[in-house]
Design a protein around this ligand. Structure first.
Ligand SMILES: NC(=O)CC[C@H](N)C(=O)O
Length: 240
């Protein structure tokens, strides 16, 4: 439980991320949008392409994009193993979409390369994800979600509505012990269908947290939604 910052708190005036160094893995995908969101919070945003750039970070964001490409590039740039080490040592990490896939322990349907080797992840989050899960016909859609822990004015883990944009996003098929579910897409009531996802009547998990790791299937960085990055910053600060 956290207390909302009072208006007198210098962090409110300076931006809640002020004084933090937050890296964004900048190999492929929409890292520029995340860097913008980080800078908007008052933190210093650092594009990470080399292992040495992981040192001294307060947190790291793995952006949306293509998880197979980010995996290959991370290995080619010799970032994958140092990143696994930092995650194991407790570096706070937020992954959106492809970033969620890269934080997952398991992929239900991993892509394989030409030699038949399955794509790899950095891991850290005890979840199984399914890629491109929301149906072939209309893989991208928008919907409103109830997101736990975003209403910082509430005393207990306040739920707040979030407008979420999904772009060929994954869903979470399994959560291990200690993984908290923060948001799900509910099957649309056909009378009030607000999204095109074919959920076959089953709610699907699209946001999770475990310790210092946060992941969403959707992209707050493209809608100007600041509260998910704010939650991540509060996690870094030990306030959420
Ligand atoms: N917008 C995204 O990040 C899409 C993720 C992509 N479908 C993947 O498997 O990596």
């Amino acid at each position: 439980m956290t207390n909302p910052l009072s208006a007198a708190d210098p962090r409110v005036r300076a931006g809640i991320g002020s004084g933090l160094r937050i890296g964004v893995l900048a190999l492929q995908g929409d890292f520029r949008e995340h860097l913008r969101a980080v800078e908007a919070s008052g933190a210093t945003g650092i594009g990470v392409r080399r292992p040495a750039e992981l040192d001294g970070l307060d947190g790291l964001i793995i952006p949306g994009g293509e998880s197979t490409a980010i995996d290959k590039l991370a290995r080619a740039f010799e970032l994958a193993d140092p990143l696994r080490k930092h995650i194991a040592e407790g570096l706070p990490v937020y992954g959106s979409c492809a970033g969620m896939i890269l934080l997952a322990h398991d992929i239900a349907d991993p892509a394989t390369d030409l030699a038949g080797n399955p794509q790899q992840t950095f891991g850290g989050l005890d979840i199984t994800v399914r890629r491109n899960a929301f149906g072939r016909q209309r893989e991208s859609f928008e919907t409103d979600l109830d997101f736990r822990g975003l209403d910082f004015s509430a005393t207990e883990n306040g739920v707040a509505p979030v407008h979420a944009v999904f772009i060929r996003g994954p869903w979470v098929e399994r959560v291990g012990p200690g993984v908290e579910v923060l948001a799900q897409v509910e099957p649309a009531d056909p009378a009030h269908a607000s999204h095109a996802a074919d959920l076959q009547g089953t709610a699907r998990i699209v946001a999770v947290r475990s310790g210092q790791l946060l992941a969403t299937s959707f992209h707050p960085e493209v809608t100007g939604e600041k509260r998910v990055h704010e939650l991540f910053i509060r996690m870094i600060r030990g306030e959420a």
